[in-house]
Write a protein that binds this ligand. Structure first.
Ligand SMILES: [Zn+2]
Length: 368
């Protein structure tokens, strides 16, 4: 099928920039996807779990169509389905506040991002108001890129989705501390759905001329998304679970991935501290409000975020994790905060000891 892409298909009568982009990516993908993996035995289970979750959201938020698109070997087909859902150049990305004259540029960038996530089989979500020619039955579409068979193949793969360690290190994690694959799949869908309903009901990422605003908002929204997914989990289970303890422990190791924006332990613990009955019977819309309050409570203001980020960089440096070169400016935008450094280091060492049976020794002293 990939080899049959013609220039006419790539540039139809009403060409637009992202259709052309899809065509360019398709040509380079053909070789890489010629021999795709065989279907995995658990495929019906994980896909059914995901579909039921989306049914819940499609039944709850009636002006948004929640759609999952598979990536990997199916990414090009998904890209075409995505194109039909968007319905043309008059679609609008709603994840980010923007002036009208930047609408097309943002659309191009966000379409590019969705295609990138599909091609790399990564999990993500994006919210669009659809164009006139859209095949969607609703005015808004929440596009979720997610590979349920890959994510929920087994508990090791689920754990690896949050913790980019080698298979040998992941195998050292005791089985009871790995992420249950189907609980994690639901958690992941809820997390991605949060980003769409957050943008739609509570507002998009606001504009700012602050240098590191994008990363700050990522930190805010990752905390909100994990708070929401934890709240959904707790509302359904009615009690604190091993799964939530495991997610929290693994999120504490996000510095292993040089990814301090996913340090969401405080948000998940804040959900766990709510009265056991507080969440029971609440609707997803009400749980969105709960997650929003928790996000406001646990995420510091922009200035203190920079102090948190400098502290996180120092911890990474001291445990031997390379800080990406692109983050150097962010690491030095403020002084590390000794109290935040201690909290991050202690949380990291405790989780590391629980998962791997040993406490890593810091290689340097904490900041003065
Ligand atoms: Zn997220």
């Amino acid at each position: 099928m990939l080899g049959e892409l013609t220039s006419e298909q790539a540039m139809p009568g009403n060409p637009n920039r992202w259709t052309a982009l899809l065509a360019v990516l398709a040509i380079s993908a053909a070789a890489a996807t010629a021999a795709g993996p065989a279907a995995r035995p658990d495929a019906p289970t994980s896909q059914a779990v995901l579909d039921r979750r989306l049914d819940l959201y499609n039944g709850t938020f009636r002006d948004i169509l929640f759609v999952q698109l598979p990536g990997g070997e199916d990414w090009l087909e998904s890209g075409r389905a995505f194109e039909e859902l968007l319905g043309g150049d008059d679609a609008t990305n709603l994840d980010y506040e923007h002036p009208p004259d930047l609408r097309e540029d943002l659309l191009t960038a966000s379409v590019h991002r969705v295609l990138f996530m599909l091609r790399h089989n990564a999990s993500s979500s994006a919210l669009f108001r659809v164009g006139e020619a859209s095949a969607a039955t609703r005015t808004h579409v929440c596009v979720i890129t997610l590979d349920p068979q890959g994510v929920a193949q087994d508990d090791v793969h689920s754990t690896a989705h949050l913790l980019g360690l080698s298979p040998e290190l992941l195998a050292e994690i005791p089985p009871e501390m790995r992420l249950d694959r189907l609980d994690f799949l639901r958690f992941l869908v809820d997390h991605e759905v949060f980003h769409c309903i957050d943008a739609h009901y509570l507002g998009p990422v606001p504009m700012s001329d602050r240098e590191h605003w994008g990363r700050y908002m990522l930190y805010c929204n990752e905390n909100g998304a994990d708070a929401y997914a934890a709240a959904m989990h707790l509302a359904e289970h009615g009690e604190r679970t091993r799964f939530l303890r495991n997610v929290t422990r693994i999120r504490a190791l996000c510095l292993f991935n040089a990814d301090p924006e996913h340090a969401t332990c405080r948000a998940i613990r804040a959900v766990e501290r709510l009265d056991d009955q507080a969440l029971t019977g609440l609707t997803p819309r009400e749980l969105l409000a709960v997650a929003d309050r928790i996000r406001d409570h646990v995420v510091p203001d922009y200035g203190r975020y920079l102090g948190y980020r400098a502290s996180a960089c120092r911890v990474m440096q001291d445990i031997g994790i390379a800080v990406p070169a692109a983050d150097e400016g962010l690491c030095h935008a403020a002084e590390p905060d000794p109290a935040v450094y201690r909290e991050l280091m202690e949380s990291f060492r405790k989780s590391h000891a629980e998962l791997f049976g040993q406490i890593p020794e810091p290689q340097a002293r904490e900041p003065e």
